[in-house]
Design a binder for this molecule. Structure first.
Ligand code: COI
Length: 352
C-alpha cells in the first residue's frame, strides 16, 4: 500500500470505522498504527514527494547524523474525532512553521510548509481507524525530521528524512486528569542561553530523563526546571509550558530562547485573554510559584494539566483544585474548540 496524495490516501483507508483495541484505557504508550509518511532529500534540495506506506521500522546507517550527533527535531500535533465523524486537526500550520525554525537552528533541510501540512493530513487520514471515539482521546501525530545520511566528522548529514507517524493516546500522565505534583529541580537545567531549548530538538529530552526518573521515584508527576544563570526563574516542565494564576492575572515565562514556544501555550494565552484574563509573559521567579492561587501546565501531549502541589527545596505548597479553577475553564474551552463543540473564533481547526 502506497499513496502520494491526500486523495490517494483516502482510497487506501481500511473499511472498519475503529481499530479493535480497548478505547477506554488509552494511556500514552506507542500503539502501532497502519501507515507512516516518509520523504527524503539531500542538502540544498527540496524534499521529494513523500509517500504514505505500511508502518514498518526504518533502516539507517550506523553513521547517521541523528544517531551519532543528535541532528533531529520533532513536532507533536493531534487529530480529533468530532461530532458526526468529522476529523479535525488543531493548528498544523503552527507546527509547520516551528519545524522550519527548528531545522534552521539544527542546520537541516526542512519540508515546505505545504508538504508538512499535507503530510500531517495524509498520516491522520491513513490511520483514521486509530483516531479514538469522541471523548476517549486523540491521535497523536509525530512529525520527525532527522539527519539520516552518514557522517563521521561533526558536520550536517548528507541526507535528511522527514517522517510522520501516529499513535492513539489518552492522558499523558498516569495520574490521568488528577492534579499533578511537581518537583522543582535545582540540580540540573533543561536549557541554556544560546542553546536549543527554544526549538523542538531531540537533544532537549535525553538530558531531563534522569531528573524525571528521580522525581517519579519520589512520587512526583513531573519536574520544573529553573534558568541556568540565576537558578531563580522558572522555565518549563519536562514536556510542557507552565502558567500561574494570581487573582485575575495569568503569568507564564517569556520565551527567550530557552523555553519552547508551545502551540498549546500560545493558544491558551489567546483563549485566556478572550475570556477576560490579563496574561503576562515575563520572567517568573520560583518564589511566585509558591505564592500563586493556581498552577497549570500546557502542551500538545498534556493538553492543560492542573497542578495540585509544587515542592521546592523541601517546601511543599498545595493549591486549590476542583471544577471552578481557571485551568479547568481554559481546558474545557481548548478541548471544546479541538473537538468542534465550541465556536472556533480563532480559526484554528482544520477539517480533513
Ligand atoms: C508534545 O506535547 O507534543 C510534546 O512534544 C511532548 C512529548 C515530548 C511527549
Amino acid at each position: 500500500h502506497v499513496a502520494s496524495t491526500l486523495q490517494e490516501t483516502k482510497h487506501m483507508i481500511r473499511d472498519e470505522e475503529y481499530a479493535d483495541i480497548d478505547w477506554n484505557n488509552l494511556g500514552y504508550g506507542i500503539i502501532k498504527t497502519d501507515y507512516i509518511y516518509k520523504a527524503k532529500c539531500t542538502p540544498n534540495n527540496t524534499f521529494e514527494q513523500g509517500q504514505v506506506s505500511d508502518y514498518e521500522n526504518i533502516e539507517l546507517s550506523p553513521a547517521a547524523g541523528v544517531l551519532n550527533y543528535g541532528q533531529g527535531i520533532f513536532e507533536g500535533t493531534k487529530a480529533f474525532r468530532g461530532e458526526n465523524g468529522r476529523i479535525l486537526l488543531f493548528r498544523p500550520d503552527q507546527n509547520a512553521i516551528r519545524m522550519q525554525i527548528g531545522a534552521e537552528r539544527m542546520c537541516m533541510q526542512s519540508p515546505s510548509f505545504k508538504q508538512f501540512v499535507d503530510a500531517v493530513k495524509q498520516t491522520a487520514i491513513a490511520n483514521k481507524r486509530w483516531i479514538p471515539p469522541p471523548g476517549k482521546g486523540s491521535l497523536y501525530i509525530r512529525p520527525l525530521l532527522i539527519g539520516s545520511g552518514p557522517t563521521l566528522g561533526v558536520s550536517p548529514a548528507p541526507e535528511y528524512t522527514f517522517l510522520v507517524y501516529a499513535s492513539p493516546v489518552g492522558n499523558y500522565f498516569k495520574e490521568g486528569t488528577k492534579p499533578l505534583n511537581l518537583y522543582v529541580n535545582t540540580e540540573s537545567h533543561r536549557a541554556t542561553s544560546g542553546g536549543t531549548g527554544g526549538v523542538k530538538s531531540i537533544t532537549n529530552y535525553a538530558p531531563v530523563l534522569k531528573a524525571i526518573s528521580r522525581a517519579k521515584e519520589q512520587g512526583f508527576s513531573d519536574v520544573v526546571y529553573l534558568d541556568s544563570v540565576h537558578k531563580k526563574y522558572i522555565e518549563e516542565a519536562s514536556c510542557s509550558n507552565i502558567f500561574l494564576v494570581k487573582g485575575n492575572v495569568i503569568s507564564t515565562p517569556a520565551t527567550i530562547g530557552t523555553i519552547l514556544e508551545g502551540i498549546t501555550r500560545k493558544s491558551i494565552i489567546d483563549i485566556a485573554r478572550d475570556l477576560g484574563y490579563k496574561v503576562e509573559e515575563r520572567l517568573v521567579a520560583v518564589d511566585e510559584l509558591m505564592e500563586a492561587d493556581e498552577i497549570f501546565t500546557t502542551g500538545t501531549a498534556v493538553s492543560v494539566a492542573t497542578v495540585g502541589s509544587v515542592t521546592y527545596n523541601d517546601r511543599r505548597v498545595e493549591y486549590k483544585t476542583g471544577d471552578e479553577l481557571v485551568s479547568q475553564k481554559l481546558y474545557k474551552t481548548l478541548v471544546g474548540i479541538q473537538v468542534g463543540k465550541t465556536e472556533d473564533k480563532f480559526n484554528w481547526v482544520v477539517e480533513i
